[in-house]
Ligand binder design. Structure first.
Ligand SMILES: Nc1nc(=O)c2c([nH]1)NC[C@@H]1CN(c3ccc(C(=O)N[C@@H](CCC(=O)O)C(=O)O)cc3)C=[N+]21
Length: 298
């Protein structure tokens, strides 16, 4: 029997709805809306579309959206000056600088300049450190969204074998921390892991975040496992088409036959990332305004 498809898109829509209600409450209490500033440098078409959809989702969730689209030629100094202005602006609760940045700008320097209490991406070393030692801070949106899908499906993760493929600062490492905090037994695998298929076959929970199209095959998956596919890879276009299909890091069709449940691409983890960004912004607004919010409720 084929595994269940985990509908990340529907889950994300519910989360955005909940955030929207709480954001309206916040606005009534604070006398202003929660605000998210998104900064895009350059004119990469995929990033343009993505930043536009974040802006729309922000407004739909009863929050204020501040978009800053800067030319490719923007200097690091100019970008740092904008970040400093946003840090000082009390109507801005969350700041997201879209990555990747042009090659002439040092990404680490820009992330380091963001006030950690406005770092709704959870990329600042202060937030990475807080997560590592179990203090409350901001957790990167994609792994937090994956955790929400996992706990919704599985409840308690204690003692389960979790394998994360990928060790990025943005997904793999924070994902492993969250799974460990939830008492899973965690393995972080990567491109140099020996017998990767063998390691993956032990996973009750598999999170694939390597960025290699359809790398994980059906015979790597433990029957009944829960598979979370973080990869978003665009294949080469079919003859006559101008855009290739989007696929994950998992060969979805065949993997679904073995897995207990699996996220699709698109419609899985991607929409969760944006919903969690709004959730983090709502949390930031409450903290910055000194208004209580039960963070378990969201
Ligand atoms: N500072 C920063 N923070 C980010 O969170 C960040 C970033 N920079 N740079 C780019 C990546 C990419 N990312 C995605 C989020 C949602 C979808 C998403 O919603 N995808 C849909 C549709 C995909 C499509 O059709 O193109 C889906 O998977 O169903 C995709 C990609 C966030 N990123």
């Amino acid at each position: 029997m084929a595994g269940e498809i985990i509908d990340g898109k529907a889950f994300a829509a519910q989360l955005r709805e909940k955030v929207g209600v709480l954001a309206a409450d916040f606005a009534a209490k604070a006398g202003r809306k929660a605000g998210l500033a998104v900064v895009l440098v350059g004119d990469d078409p995929a990033s343009q579309v993505y930043v536009g959809s974040k802006g729309k989702a922000t407004l739909a969730a009863n929050m204020a959206s501040f978009e800053h689209r800067l030319p490719e030629s923007t200097s690091e100094g100019e970008l740092l000056a904008l970040v400093a202005r946003l840090n000082a602006d009390s109507t801005v609760d969350g700041i997201l600088v879209q990555l990747p940045l042009p090659a002439h700008i040092d990404e680490q320097a820009v992330i380091a300049a963001i006030d950690p209490n406005k770092d709704v991406d959870g990329f600042h070393v202060t937030n990475a450190g807080r997560l590592a030692v179990g203090q409350s801070g901001f957790v990167p949106c994609t792994p937090l969204g994956c955790m929400m899908l996992l706990t919704d499906r599985l409840g308690d993760l204690s003692g389960l074998n979790a394998v994360v493929i990928g060790r990025s600062n943005i997904v793999g490492k924070p994902m492993a921390q969250l799974l460990l905090d939830a008492n899973a037994t965690v393995t972080i695998a990567h491109s140099r892991t020996k017998d990767l298929a063998e390691v993956v076959r032990r996973a009750d929970i598999l999170v694939a975040a390597v960025g290699r199209a359809e790398m994980v095959r059906a015979d790597w998956i433990k029957p009944g496992a829960t598979v979370i596919d973080v990869g978003i890879n665009r294949l080469a276009p079919e003859p006559g088409a101008n855009k290739g299909r989007l696929v994950g890091d998992v060969a979805f069709g065949e993997a679904r036959e073995v897995a207990g449940a699996i996220t699709p691409v698109p419609g899985g983890v991607g929409p969760m990332t944006i919903a969690v960004l709004l959730r983090n912004t709502l949390v930031a607004a409450h903290r910055n305004a000194g208004i209580a919010l039960s963070e378990d409720a969201i």
